[in-house]
Each structure stands twice: as structure tokens, then as C-alpha cells.
Design a protein around this ligand. Structure first.
Ligand code: ACO
Length: 432
């Protein structure tokens, strides 16, 4: 094992260097404070590995993303969402029986408790569905208290994993139905996961609804591409909350909340809103595109090219490449003409040839095209981040399980205090 040396004042200390299975090196500083009294300062944890993990590997420079060793391109092409969920959660692709058991387990838990249906009556009609999803997932822990057992056996854990995967889709679709004042549609267990979700979103009790296979296949791909992404903001949140031994539902409801922010999962909604603004401002004309590119480069404008840039990918986001192709195909197949796609392509072309974006290594990320795909499928903008959350569910679950099974210590970072030093209390009548 190689070692790193750190010189502080006149003292030199040795720090172990560890390497992952894909040869990524790290300096282990876990004994640094005990040995030197120093801590490290790392805003945004840009240089800090918070855990070892065997779930997902990504190389931001090379644009590689693998779940349990399988390249995302192969999974998006060949697999189904529930098969990928099984892979991510249990570590191996399932055999036929395992996949059938897992699929029927998830399918048989799609109903949510009738009392939970009443919760929807309490939300204002225009409640953002991410708020509803987060709070309802947290509420699941009240309905399935076996989740509160600190030492859950495998059977009980598997059951709650299936409940979570199944019920979150129903909760999400019902949040949409509630927002438009329509009756909720109960899940139909004859459908697979993606088809069932589309059914609960778009079917009405008043008419026949035929699930569109092309939309099912596009949704399946979208969910797979979002299924995990190692230690991103929401996944780290799930681990941080779970490290206090908070239960699976509660930890994942916190992950949903973290995903909601526009710098994370909220970006897909922000992309479409930005494209709409550009459309309203003059559309895809050269002058208008030039004007907006200039705004994105100007820090004082308060505008960023949403869907561009990534904390980790400093080359192309491999998911964006797959989605760009899928967006073209789906819009063609569904015969949707979307002027926003036109604007998106022009902006992308300009940005990829502009020194500002090249120098800062800003490329399209997964959100740049996912919103356009959701739009083509008729999914309303406010539901985009919810779709991301449904896709990310296997990754959150797998990280929560890995964290709890390894019995990692509670996450409790340090800080560098920069406030007032000790001073005496001043009574109210003596303050100026
Ligand atoms: N448009 C214009 N300039 C940008 C953009 C952008 N989209 N992204 C980064 N920059 C600039 C910053 O102004 C900064 O410039 P500076 O060095 O002159 O100060 C530089 O590039 C680095 O940006 P940071 O925000 O420091 O990079 P960081 O790695 O912290 O952030 C992030 C990455 C948050 C994704 C950022 O690129 C961004 O805000 N993008 C737009 C929002 C977005 O698409 N988010 C989705 C991320 S993917 C996901 O969560 C699934």
C-alpha cells in the first residue's frame, strides 16, 4: 500500500493511500485530526470521498457510467427498469425466477393505504408534487412500522424495498391527478412498472386508455438512466439521514427533498422553463440565440444555461448522449414537433463551440434532454423532477442498504468556526 506524506509545521505524518477497483486513488485522512489536531476544509465536498461503495462507478473525465460494472449504454438498450433496480439493489443481474419474483413483489404492492388517499384532500390543489412525494414517502413509515425495527431481517427489508418502489409510483401519479382535480386511477397489475405509471397518470374513468408502447419504452430508458449516480447531493443526503439510523422511508423522503433543488434534479424543469423563456423572447433566430448565450456567460445576468455543466462530468455526460438520440426518435415516432427542441439543439451547438463553455468544460447533462422527452410524452413540467425521483429510487435504496449493512458511523462533519470569540452576556437595558 503506498503512502502520502503531509508536512504541517515541522511535523511530517504519513497518510495511507487507498485505491478503488477502477484504480481511483484516495488519501485516507480518517486519523488526521486525532494525530495532528487538524481537520480538512472542502466546500461542497468537491475533493472528499465520503464512503467506499460497490454500487456505481463513474469517470467524469472519460464519460463512463456503470451500475455494478455494467455500462449504462448496454443497460439502457437491453434491460428493463425493474431488472436494473434489482441489479443496483442486490448487486447482480437477476436470473429468470429472481426477476419474476421481484417483479411480482413490486407489482403486488402498488396499492397505497386508503387512508393515504385522504391526505391528498388536505393538500392545496397546486401543491408542487415533489413536496407531496417527499412527505408521502415519509408517511409510509407510519403505515409500515416494521421498518422501525433497528435490526430488520432480509425478508422484511426486501418487502419494504418492494413497497417503496411500487407505492412511490402510485403516490407520484396521484399527486398529478390531484393537481388537476381528476379522480385518481388505481394501479393495474396487468401492466409493467412504466406502463402502469403512464396508465395512472393519463387514464380517466370516463374513457378507454391505451398505453403507448413507444412511450413505455422511452420511460423505461429514462428511468434506467436516472437509476443511480453514486454520491450526488440527494444520495449523500439519504446516507447522511440514514447514518442516524433513520428508517428507509424517512431517509429517502429526505433524498427526494434534496433532489428538488434546481441545481440538482430540479434542473430538468428549469431547462424547459428556460427554453420556453427563450421561445417567448424571439425563438431560435440567430440574434436571439446569440443574445441568450451572451447572457449565460455573464455572471451578473443571473442566468445559467440550465442542463449544462456537471460537478463530476467534465467531458460529455453519457446519459445525455443516449437521451439526445432518444428525444429525436420519440419526437419523430410520436410525430411531435416541438420548437423548444429546435432551440435546445441550437443552444447546444453554440455552447459546444464557444470558448467560455469549452474552457470551463461545460457539456449537456442528463437534464438537458430529459425534460423535452417528458414533454413529448405529455408529462407536465412540474412532474419532471418527480420522474427523476422515481428513477433514482433504486440508487437511494441501494446506498441506504449499503450504508446500514456496513454499519458506518453517524455522519457528523466538522466546521471552521469564524464567529465572535467568547464574550460576556449584556443585559437588555445596557445594549445600545
Ligand atoms: N452556465 C453558465 N456558466 C456555468 C454553468 C452554466 N450552466 N455551469 C457552471 N458555470 C460556470 C460558473 O459560473 C463557474 O464560473 P467561474 O469559474 O468563472 O466562477 C464555473 O462554470 C464552474 O461552476 P460551478 O458552479 O462552480 O461548478 P460546480 O461543479 O460547482 O456546479 C453545476 C455544477 C451546479 C451542475 C453547474 O454547472 C450548474 O449550475 N449547471 C446548471 C444547472 C444544472 O444543469 N444542474 C443539473 C446538474 S446534473 C444533475 O443534478 C442530475
Amino acid at each position: 500500500m503506498s503512502k502520502a506524506e503531509l508536512k504541517i509545521d515541522d511535523k511530517v505524518i504519513e497518510l495511507p493511500v487507498i485505491t478503488g477497483t477502477e484504480n481511483e486513488p484516495a488519501i485516507d485522512i480518517s486519523k488526521l485530526r486525532a494525530e495532528t489536531g487538524y481537520v480538512t476544509l472542502d466546500y461542497g465536498l468537491k475533493n472528499t470521498a465520503v464512503t467506499k461503495s460497490s454500487i456505481t462507478y463513474l469517470d467524469g473525465e472519460k464519460g463512463i457510467l456503470q451500475y455494478r460494472g455494467y455500462p449504462i449504454e448496454q443497460l439502457a438498450e437491453k434491460s428493463s427498469f425493474l431488472e436494473v433496480a434489482y441489479l443496483i439493489i442486490y448487486g447482480e443481474l437477476p436470473n429468470k425466477t429472481e426477476l419474476e419474483d421481484f417483479t411480482s413483489g413490486v407489482t403486488n404492492h402498488t396499492l397505497v393505504h386508503e387512508n393515504m388517499k385522504k391526505f391528498y384532500e388536505g393538500y392545496p390543489q397546486h401543491a408542487h408534487p415533489m413536496g407531496v412525494l417527499s412527505s408521502m414517502i415519509c408517511a409510509l413509515s407510519a403505515f409500515y412500522p416494521d421498518i422501525l425495527e433497528p435490526e430488520m431481517d432480509k425478508k422484511s427489508l426486501d418487502l419494504n424495498v418492494q413497497r417503496l418502489l411500487a407505492k412511490s409510483a402510485t403516490i407520484a401519479a396521484w399527486a398529478y391527478k390531484n393537481s388537476i382535480g381528476h379522480p385518481v386511477m388505481y394501479p393495474q397489475n396487468r401492466f409493467d412498472y412504466s406502463a402502469n405509471f403512464l396508465y395512472m397518470m393519463f387514464a380517466k374513468p370516463t374513457e378507454e386508455y391505451e398505453v403507448n408502447d413507444k412511450m413505455v419504452s422511452a420511460l423505461n430508458k429514462l428511468l434506467i438512466l436516472h437509476a443511480d449516480h453514486e454520491q450526488n447531493c440527494s444520495t449523500s443526503t439519504v446516507r447522511v439521514v440514514g447514518s442516524s439510523q433513520a428508517n428507509l422511508y424517512t431517509s429517502i423522503s429526505a433524498g427526494v427533498a434534496a433532489l428538488w433543488g434546481p441545481l440538482h434534479g430540479g434542473a430538468n424543469q428549469a431547462v424547459v422553463e428556460m427554453l420556453q423563456k427563450i421561445y417567448d423572447d424571439g425563438g431560435a433566430t440567430k440574434e436571439n440565440i446569440d443574445k441568450w448565450i451572451k447572457l449565460f456567460k455573464d455572471k451578473n445576468s443571473g442566468q445559467r444555461l440550465m442542463g449544462f455543466g456537471h460537478r463530476v462530468y467534465k467531458n460529455f455526460d453519457p446519459r445525455a448522449r443516449i437521451l439526445k438520440k432518444a428525444a429525436d426518435e420519440v419526437l419523430n415516432e410520436l410525430k411531435v414537433k416541438d420548437p423548444l427542441l429546435d432551440i435546445a439543439k441550437k443552444l447546444e451547438h453554440h455552447a459546444l463551440n464557444d470558448d467560455y463553455f469549452i474552457e470551463k468544460k461545460l457539456y449537456p447533462n442528463v437534464d438537458y434532454y430529459s425534460g423535452l422527452l417528458y414533454r413529448a410524452m405529455g408529462i407536465p413540467t412540474e412532474m419532471f423532477t418527480v420522474m427523476f425521483a422515481l428513477g433514482r429510487m433504486p440508487g437511494w435504496i441501494a446506498n441506504w442498504i449499503e450504508m446500514s449493512q456496513e454499519k458506518q458511523p453517524i455522519t457528523r462533519p466538522r466546521q471552521i468556526y469564524t464567529g465572535e470569540t467568547k464574550r460576556e452576556y449584556v443585559p437588555l437595558n445596557k445594549r445600545g
